[in-house]
Design a protein around this ligand. Structure first.
Ligand code: SF4
Length: 212
């Protein structure tokens, strides 16, 4: 079985285990998702979702955030950690969207990654969720599980993204990313993965190795 065939079989199994894959960040607009995804770095989605209602009540759109007081944004987003850097990025990216993109979150990788604090991972979240483009979101769960499954032996997120793009069907890429996150949170944890409960263990190289 080659890697593409193996991936398709995993996707078929995942569809039964995780029938309703979705982004776990709450958002009501492209701008809110962009800000929430920036806040989610080194923080849980749960905590971000607890923080953003207050932030978006005060600064509901690009224009309002571009004119926000940095100190006030810092205070509101403090629970998400790294609040000084995150606040600076959020205010500056709002200014840039306002000045360069007519106040609308742009829809290309190049434009998104030109925004302060926005890397490929966040850009791919926006491309997948908002613009419904094929995009693979490589987070810590994605990296760990695809490595354990035997798709690669890489540590660099960009290299993993490009390699997996050749393996995952475009139409499935966004949902595959969501399903891997769900699997990583529930079963394939970084420490003590629950392999006995894992529905894709028959495809897992780590499981095969550990069972020998
Ligand atoms: S068998 Fe274990 S290591 Fe492999 S994917 Fe499942 S939980 Fe992760």
């Amino acid at each position: 079985m080659n890697k593409i065939e193996k991936c398709n079989k995993i996707i078929a199994t995942f569809k039964k285990i995780y029938p309703d894959p979705r982004c776990t960040l709450n958002y009501g607009s492209a701008f809110e998702l962009l800000v929430s995804t920036r806040l989610a770095a080194q923080c849980t989605d749960k905590r971000v979702n607890m923080t953003t209602p207050k932030l978006f009540a005060k600064y509901p759109d690009v224009c309002a955030m571009a004119g926000a007081s940095l100190a006030d944004v810092e205070e509101v987003i403090k629970p998400c950690g790294f609040f000084k850097t995150k606040a600076r990025d959020i205010v500056n990216l709002s200014k840039k969207i306002s000045e360069n993109f007519g106040g609308n979150v742009p829809g290309s990788m190049e434009e998104l990654t030109s925004l302060p604090g926005i890397g490929r991972k966040t850009a791919n979240v926006i491309l997948a969720e908002i613009f419904h483009k094929p995009a693979i979101v490589v987070d810590t769960h994605f990296m760990r599980i695809t490595r354990r499954l035997g798709f690669h032996n890489l540590k660099d997120a960009t290299k993993i993204e490009f390699l997996m793009k050749k393996i995952v069907p475009e139409s499935e890429s966004a949902n595959f990313s969501h399903r891997l996150v769900a699997h990583g949170r529930e079963i394939c944890k970084a420490i003590n993965p629950k392999c006995d409960l894992c529905g894709i263990k028959n495809f897992c190289e780590k499981y095969k190795k550990d069972s020998r």
